[in-house]
Design a protein around this ligand. Structure first.
Ligand SMILES: [Zn+2]
Length: 214
Protein backbone atom coordinates (compact mmCIF):
# COMPACT_ATOMS: atom_id res chain seq x y z
CA UNK A 1 0.00 0.00 0.00
CA UNK A 2 1.45 3.35 -1.01
CA UNK A 3 0.76 6.59 0.81
CA UNK A 4 1.99 8.55 -2.18
CA UNK A 5 5.44 9.31 -0.75
CA UNK A 6 6.93 5.87 -1.34
CA UNK A 7 9.35 5.68 -4.28
CA UNK A 8 8.32 3.11 -6.90
CA UNK A 9 11.11 0.72 -7.97
CA UNK A 10 10.85 -1.46 -11.05
CA UNK A 11 12.66 -4.82 -11.17
CA UNK A 12 15.21 -3.46 -13.64
CA UNK A 13 16.04 -0.60 -11.24
CA UNK A 14 16.72 -2.81 -8.21
CA UNK A 15 20.36 -2.72 -7.06
CA UNK A 16 21.50 -6.29 -7.27
CA UNK A 17 24.46 -8.35 -6.13
CA UNK A 18 25.30 -11.95 -7.03
CA UNK A 19 26.07 -14.11 -4.03
CA UNK A 20 27.90 -17.39 -4.39
CA UNK A 21 27.37 -20.20 -1.99
CA UNK A 22 29.65 -23.16 -1.47
CA UNK A 23 28.11 -26.58 -1.34
CA UNK A 24 30.12 -29.38 0.22
CA UNK A 25 29.37 -32.92 -0.86
CA UNK A 26 31.20 -36.18 -0.24
CA UNK A 27 32.36 -37.59 -3.59
CA UNK A 28 29.76 -40.12 -4.69
CA UNK A 29 27.14 -38.81 -2.24
CA UNK A 30 23.99 -37.15 -3.55
CA UNK A 31 23.45 -34.96 -0.50
CA UNK A 32 25.12 -31.57 -0.32
CA UNK A 33 25.55 -29.13 2.59
CA UNK A 34 25.71 -25.34 2.26
CA UNK A 35 28.93 -24.01 3.82
CA UNK A 36 29.19 -26.96 6.22
CA UNK A 37 32.15 -29.11 5.26
CA UNK A 38 32.06 -30.88 8.64
CA UNK A 39 28.44 -31.99 8.12
CA UNK A 40 29.27 -33.32 4.65
CA UNK A 41 32.18 -35.30 6.08
CA UNK A 42 30.17 -36.62 9.03
CA UNK A 43 27.23 -37.67 6.86
CA UNK A 44 29.45 -39.77 4.57
CA UNK A 45 31.65 -41.30 7.27
CA UNK A 46 30.65 -44.61 8.87
CA UNK A 47 32.92 -44.21 11.89
CA UNK A 48 33.80 -41.44 14.32
CA UNK A 49 35.91 -40.59 17.36
CA UNK A 50 34.29 -40.99 20.76
CA UNK A 51 33.59 -37.63 22.42
CA UNK A 52 34.65 -39.06 25.74
CA UNK A 53 37.55 -41.50 25.31
CA UNK A 54 38.72 -40.75 21.78
CA UNK A 55 38.30 -44.34 20.60
CA UNK A 56 37.24 -44.81 16.99
CA UNK A 57 33.92 -46.59 16.66
CA UNK A 58 31.40 -47.46 13.98
CA UNK A 59 28.49 -44.97 14.00
CA UNK A 60 25.23 -46.12 15.56
CA UNK A 61 21.97 -44.25 16.29
CA UNK A 62 23.73 -40.91 15.79
CA UNK A 63 25.56 -41.31 19.13
CA UNK A 64 28.61 -39.15 19.79
CA UNK A 65 30.18 -41.60 22.26
CA UNK A 66 31.37 -45.19 21.81
CA UNK A 67 28.99 -47.88 23.15
CA UNK A 68 31.00 -48.27 26.38
CA UNK A 69 31.10 -44.54 27.11
CA UNK A 70 27.49 -44.12 26.11
CA UNK A 71 26.46 -46.68 28.71
CA UNK A 72 28.70 -45.01 31.31
CA UNK A 73 27.02 -41.66 30.61
CA UNK A 74 23.61 -43.30 30.85
CA UNK A 75 24.52 -44.79 34.25
CA UNK A 76 25.86 -41.45 35.50
CA UNK A 77 22.66 -39.69 34.45
CA UNK A 78 20.60 -42.39 36.11
CA UNK A 79 22.46 -41.92 39.40
CA UNK A 80 21.47 -38.23 39.42
CA UNK A 81 17.72 -38.99 39.30
CA UNK A 82 15.51 -38.64 42.38
CA UNK A 83 14.53 -42.08 43.65
CA UNK A 84 11.76 -43.74 45.58
CA UNK A 85 10.33 -47.14 46.47
CA UNK A 86 8.13 -48.52 43.71
CA UNK A 87 4.59 -49.18 44.97
CA UNK A 88 4.17 -52.10 42.54
CA UNK A 89 1.52 -50.30 40.48
CA UNK A 90 1.84 -50.07 36.72
CA UNK A 91 5.23 -50.88 35.20
CA UNK A 92 8.93 -50.35 35.71
CA UNK A 93 11.47 -49.92 32.90
CA UNK A 94 15.08 -51.07 32.90
CA UNK A 95 17.24 -48.92 30.63
CA UNK A 96 19.92 -51.62 30.80
CA UNK A 97 17.61 -54.25 29.31
CA UNK A 98 15.56 -51.65 27.43
CA UNK A 99 12.48 -53.50 28.60
CA UNK A 100 9.36 -53.00 30.72
CA UNK A 101 8.54 -55.26 33.69
CA UNK A 102 5.26 -55.89 35.50
CA UNK A 103 6.78 -56.81 38.85
CA UNK A 104 10.10 -57.46 40.58
CA UNK A 105 9.84 -61.24 40.01
CA UNK A 106 9.60 -60.57 36.30
CA UNK A 107 12.77 -58.46 36.41
CA UNK A 108 14.63 -60.87 38.72
CA UNK A 109 13.90 -63.72 36.31
CA UNK A 110 15.46 -61.73 33.48
CA UNK A 111 18.47 -60.80 35.63
CA UNK A 112 19.03 -64.41 36.68
CA UNK A 113 19.26 -65.64 33.11
CA UNK A 114 21.33 -62.81 31.65
CA UNK A 115 25.00 -63.69 31.35
CA UNK A 116 26.11 -60.06 31.58
CA UNK A 117 24.96 -59.99 35.19
CA UNK A 118 27.58 -61.04 37.76
CA UNK A 119 27.42 -61.27 41.57
CA UNK A 120 29.11 -57.83 41.54
CA UNK A 121 26.38 -56.17 39.47
CA UNK A 122 24.79 -53.27 41.31
CA UNK A 123 21.05 -52.78 41.24
CA UNK A 124 21.66 -49.27 39.88
CA UNK A 125 23.45 -50.76 36.86
CA UNK A 126 20.03 -51.97 35.67
CA UNK A 127 18.88 -48.33 35.59
CA UNK A 128 15.34 -49.05 36.68
CA UNK A 129 12.83 -46.21 36.39
CA UNK A 130 9.27 -46.07 37.65
CA UNK A 131 6.75 -45.64 34.83
CA UNK A 132 3.91 -43.12 34.79
CA UNK A 133 0.48 -43.88 33.29
CA UNK A 134 -0.70 -41.68 30.46
CA UNK A 135 -4.25 -41.36 29.18
CA UNK A 136 -5.35 -39.69 25.96
CA UNK A 137 -7.12 -36.40 26.65
CA UNK A 138 -8.86 -33.80 24.51
CA UNK A 139 -9.12 -30.08 25.17
CA UNK A 140 -11.51 -27.40 23.94
CA UNK A 141 -8.54 -25.47 22.51
CA UNK A 142 -7.37 -28.43 20.40
CA UNK A 143 -10.87 -28.97 19.01
CA UNK A 144 -11.42 -25.29 18.20
CA UNK A 145 -7.89 -24.36 17.14
CA UNK A 146 -8.65 -24.27 13.39
CA UNK A 147 -12.11 -22.81 13.81
CA UNK A 148 -11.57 -19.06 13.48
CA UNK A 149 -11.75 -16.57 10.68
CA UNK A 150 -8.58 -14.88 9.57
CA UNK A 151 -9.49 -11.55 11.10
CA UNK A 152 -10.14 -13.15 14.48
CA UNK A 153 -13.96 -13.19 14.52
CA UNK A 154 -15.22 -15.46 17.24
CA UNK A 155 -17.23 -18.24 15.65
CA UNK A 156 -17.94 -20.16 18.84
CA UNK A 157 -21.38 -19.49 20.26
CA UNK A 158 -21.22 -21.44 23.49
CA UNK A 159 -17.82 -22.09 25.08
CA UNK A 160 -19.40 -23.39 28.29
CA UNK A 161 -21.30 -26.16 26.49
CA UNK A 162 -18.15 -27.27 24.69
CA UNK A 163 -16.05 -27.20 27.87
CA UNK A 164 -18.65 -29.27 29.71
CA UNK A 165 -18.82 -31.84 26.89
CA UNK A 166 -15.02 -32.05 26.69
CA UNK A 167 -14.78 -32.56 30.44
CA UNK A 168 -17.34 -35.33 30.19
CA UNK A 169 -15.53 -36.97 27.27
CA UNK A 170 -12.28 -36.97 29.24
CA UNK A 171 -14.06 -38.71 32.13
CA UNK A 172 -15.36 -41.38 29.75
CA UNK A 173 -11.86 -41.86 28.26
CA UNK A 174 -10.32 -42.18 31.72
CA UNK A 175 -12.88 -44.83 32.67
CA UNK A 176 -12.72 -46.72 29.38
CA UNK A 177 -9.08 -47.08 28.34
CA UNK A 178 -6.03 -48.64 29.90
CA UNK A 179 -3.13 -46.25 30.28
CA UNK A 180 0.09 -46.35 28.28
CA UNK A 181 3.15 -46.34 30.53
CA UNK A 182 6.26 -44.26 29.96
CA UNK A 183 9.46 -44.32 32.04
CA UNK A 184 9.43 -41.29 34.35
CA UNK A 185 12.48 -39.43 35.60
CA UNK A 186 12.22 -41.13 39.00
CA UNK A 187 14.52 -44.07 39.68
CA UNK A 188 13.32 -47.07 41.68
CA UNK A 189 15.04 -47.87 44.98
CA UNK A 190 16.73 -51.24 45.30
CA UNK A 191 13.95 -53.72 46.12
CA UNK A 192 13.99 -56.34 48.87
CA UNK A 193 15.52 -59.54 47.63
CA UNK A 194 18.20 -58.00 45.38
CA UNK A 195 21.11 -59.19 47.57
CA UNK A 196 19.55 -62.66 47.85
CA UNK A 197 19.23 -62.78 44.07
CA UNK A 198 22.97 -61.98 43.67
CA UNK A 199 23.81 -64.81 46.10
CA UNK A 200 21.63 -67.14 44.05
CA UNK A 201 23.40 -66.03 40.90
CA UNK A 202 26.78 -66.54 42.55
CA UNK A 203 25.98 -70.10 43.57
CA UNK A 204 24.42 -70.85 40.19
CA UNK A 205 27.40 -69.52 38.24
CA UNK A 206 30.05 -71.23 40.43
CA UNK A 207 28.05 -74.46 40.17
CA UNK A 208 28.24 -74.06 36.42
CA UNK A 209 32.02 -73.62 36.54
CA UNK A 210 32.50 -76.73 38.70
CA UNK A 211 30.42 -78.75 36.25
CA UNK A 212 32.60 -77.64 33.41
CA UNK A 213 35.79 -78.69 35.25
CA UNK A 214 34.50 -82.19 35.92
ZN1 LIG B 1 34.39 -43.92 24.44
Amino acid sequence: MSDGTEKLVLPEDVQIEAKQITIYRGIGSNRGWEYDEGAARRSCANAQKCDRCGAIFKKYFGQMACPGCWQLTQKENHRKLPRQDWDGKGLIHSDFFDEYFRDWDDLFEKVFHDERITPETKFDDLMVRICMPQFPTVSSESILSDHATEDGDDLVNDYKAIDAAVENLNKVILASVSPVYYPSSTAANEPDGWKALLLEIESDRSGGKLNRIE
